[in-house]
Design a binder for this molecule. Structure first.
Ligand SMILES: [Mg+2]
Length: 226
């Protein structure tokens, strides 16, 4: 019997382009409400890493917006879900991994409604065996508990790969629970001082190519792309 192959993927800016969706939505939101450029920049900054309903309680007060915080959150969820994209062929590439015997999961930090809306909108939901969202698990990456919960949901030991764009939460979090790690660089340099991931790929498709080739069994001649 072969080794069970397991890979977890981060969602935002790993599988999907959250940054473009966010700036597009904030721009349109600010224009439609006649908000200043500085308000627009403030919203982009405050929502750039993550967004939760509580952020809109604060933004509503600071920008003196008329709608309720709940309405603002719903408008954010609809607006981001409508704009978010993934590279063409991402679902098919994930399908290649599954056809090669891999179990696939998403481990993402965020609120349940927005993260699920993004997965549905981009057609990626069906490409995964399970989805683990911090808003529903109750802990965020890099906490070990969220990786442990994800492995339990796959009914597999916590032994495999974590693929993500965040050096601390994805790579550091994965390393801390003994996963092999693949960093999605998006063309960036790996931060000095941080423990190296097992491999680096420019985007999710290149990561999948690497996993198909080197994920289990054979060892590359050099240590991946590093
Ligand atoms: Mg990410």
């Amino acid at each position: 019997m072969g080794v069970q192959r397991l890979a977890f993927f981060d969602l935002d800016n790993t599988l999907i382009d959250r940054q473009n969706a966010l700036s597009g939505w904030v721009n349109e939101f600010c224009i439609s409400r006649d908000l200043s450029d500085s308000a627009c920049i403030k919203m982009c900054e405050e929502l750039s890493v993550r967004a939760y309903p509580a952020d809109f309680v604060r933004l509503r007060r600071e920008l003196q917006l008329a709608e309720s915080a709940d309405e603002l959150w719903k408008s954010y969820v609809r607006g981001i879900a409508a704009r978010v994209t993934c590279r063409p062929g991402t679902a098919q590439r994930l399908g290649e991994l599954r056809a090669a015997g891999w179990s696939l999961g998403v481990i993402t930090n965020g609120a349940v409604d927005i993260q699920q809306a993004k997965l549905k909108q981009t057609g990626l939901l069906g490409a995964f065996d399970m989805v683990c969202i911090s808003g529903e698990v109750g802990v965020r990456k890099p906490s070990p508990e969220i990786f442990e919960a994800a492995a339990r949901r796959c009914a597999l030991p916590l032994d495999g790969w974590m693929v993500g764009d965040n050096p601390a939460t994805d790579v550091g979090g994965g390393q801390a629970v003994g996963l092999r790690t693949l960093w999605i660089s998006g063309g960036r340099e790996w931060p000095a001082g941080a423990r190296n991931p097992d491999s680096i790929a420019e985007d999710a498709s290149a990561a999948i190519t690497y996993l198909l080739e080197w994920g289990y069994g054979r060892q590359p001649q050099s240590s991946g792309i590093l």
